[in-house]
Structure formats: C-alpha cells, structure tokens
Design a protein around this ligand. Structure first.
Ligand SMILES: C[S@@+](CC[C@H](N)C(=O)[O-])C[C@H]1O[C@@H](n2cnc3c(N)ncnc32)[C@H](O)[C@@H]1O
Length: 282
C-alpha cells in the first residue's frame, strides 16, 4: 500500500471500503458479460476510491462476493417490493445505489444508515442522477454498534410493526461476533411480520485459505481489518429469530438457488469463501 492511500484513521478506513465496492461494481458493469449492471456506480469512482480499489484487487481482493450479493439482493428486494413491502432499510449502505437505479415505487420509503458523513458524500457524487430517485430516501448517520439506531430510525418514520426489507451487505467482516449478534437481534426486534433480511458474510474458511493471506494483511494494514467469518450461516441466524436460505458462492454457481441466475465461475473462485442469504422471521 502506498503512503498516499493510507487512511487517516479507522473510521475513515472503514468508510472508504464503501466506495471500493462501488468501484468494483462499476468495473463489472462495463463488461460485455456483466452479471450485475450498476450504471451509477461509475459516479462514485473518485481518483482516490479508484486507486484504493486497484490496490485492494492487486492484493488479492475478491470481486465475486461484492457482485453476487448485489444481484442476489436486487432480485430478492424486487420480489419483496412486488409482494407489497413498502419500507426498505439498507444498513451500512455505503455506495449502494439501489434507491436510484431499481425504479422502486414512489411510495417506497428507502432508509439508508451508515457512519456519519458517509451518505452525504455519496449523495453529492450522485447529484447528476438526482432525478432518478423516485422512491422516498431517508438517511441516518449512526454507528450500528450502538443501541439507539432503531429508535432514531423510528423517529424518521420507520414502522417496526410493519414488514421491512433489511439489507445488510458488506458489513459483517468489520464487526466482532458479539456486535454482530446484537445487531441482528436489534433488526429482529424492529421487524414486523413478513419482514425479509438480505445479508452476506465471509465463510470462516476465507480466513484459513492461504490464498487470502495477502488481502487480509492489506485490509489490516489500512485499518479496516476483516474479523468475522461463519461456518453455518443459516444455523447462526436461526436462534437470532431468522429462518434463512443461505448459499455459498460455489453453491450459487452450481445453480443451488432456484430464483437466481447462476453466477459465472469467474465470480466464484475457490478462494472466495462467502455466504449470501435471504431470511424471513422464524
Ligand atoms: C464494504 S462497505 C459495504 C457497503 C455496501 N453495503 C456495499 O455492499 O457496497 C462497508 C460499509 O459499512 C459501513 N460501516 C462499517 N462499520 C459500520 C458501523 N459500525 N456502523 C455503520 N456503518 C458501518 C462503512 O462505512 C461502509 O460504508
């Protein structure tokens, strides 16, 4: 990593990962055989986030988990909204552009939560496509390790007794196990009947695979260390109140999820040990 791209502090380092993933989605979108098309991700590629993404990929960062969870989430979210759910909460939203690009109905309330300052930065980069935002987007700057974000979300209009589509992508690697379990329990407590949770996490094997050692060292050195991995995602979510269909990337590539077009092998290499899940209230 060059000194020029070393972040100032841990919070900055973690927030910057939200734009690294956007640059990865922009790269995928430009391919002739793109599995995911996120046309507005290009707008989030500042010189700094583009340089960071280049460094992360050179260190062995994986593309597949970012792209596959996004397509999985797009399809699952579309089905849930078509089924009548009118509130969506995207936790650790970072450079997520779904509120702009999915053409969600105007009556959909799309809440985004991330560390303070993050969502304002995205909004200004997406100013050129401001007119594509049809649904009602509401934002909250909060640390999701704290206890008060559900109350603050409610103050913005979120109804905990009504069904919600929750999106939690790319967050868990940065949490500790106890923070993760508390977060998922808080999400459960703020979920009305019919709610859906779309979530991903590294598999424990990600940390044991020597092919990922350089990337893990890179993330640690820049202050955004990966920490959390899980052996059995569905089994982990069950006691927290969620009944999940969970797939590894390799299972998805083999066509294990009936409603998702199987991702190509290039997005599911053996070393990208990763879970993607859709869960409902148990
Ligand atoms: C790898 S990015 C993922 C962003 C987006 N969900 C995606 O899939 O591209 C991680 C995001 O989690 C946010 N984040 C990390 N820790 C957080 C915390 N404790 N509270 C709120 N947001 C957090 C970061 O600011 C960053 O935007």
């Amino acid at each position: 990593m060059s000194d020029a791209t070393l972040p100032a502090d841990e919070s900055t380092a973690v927030k910057e990962t939200g734009f690294i993933t956007a640059v990865i989605r922009a790269g995928e979108s430009e391919r002739a055989d793109a599995y995911l098309v996120d046309p507005y991700a290009t707008l989030l590629g500042t010189p700094r986030s583009t340089a960071l993404a280049r460094e992360a990929l050179a260190a062995g960062g994986t593309v597949g988990s970012v792209i596959v969870r996004a397509r999985f989430g797009d399809l699952a979210l579309g089905r849930a909204v078509a089924g009548g759910i009118t509130q969506v909460v995207c936790l650790a939203a970072g450079g997520d552009t779904r509120a702009w690009r999915l053409g969600l109905p105007a009556h959909t309330r799309f809440y985004e939560v991330d560390l303070p300052g993050q969502l304002e930065a995205k909004e200004s980069l997406l100013a050129p496509v401001r007119d594509r935002l049809v649904c009602r987007r509401l934002t909250l700057g909060a640390d999701l390790r704290d206890a008060d974000w559900p109350r603050r979300l409610q103050a913005l209009g979120h109804e905990p007794d009504a069904p919600t589509v929750w999106i939690v992508e790319g967050l868990l690697p940065y949490l500790r196990m106890e923070e993760f379990t508390r977060l998922i329990s808080r999400v459960r407590a703020a979920s009305g009947r019919g709610s859906v949770l779309l979530i991903d996490a590294p598999h424990s094997a990600f940390y044991d695979d020597p092919a990922n050692a350089e990337f893990l060292a890179f993330m640690r050195a820049r202050g955004s260390a990966f920490r959390l991995g899980l052996d059995d995602f569905a089994g982990f979510l069950r006691p927290l109140g969620w009944q999940a269909e969970a797939y590894t990337l390799r299972q998805l590539a083999a066509g294990a999820c009936g409603w998702l077009p199987a991702p190509p092998g290039r997005l599911c290499p053996p070393r990208d040990h990763h879970w993607v899940a859709r869960a409902r209230l148990a």
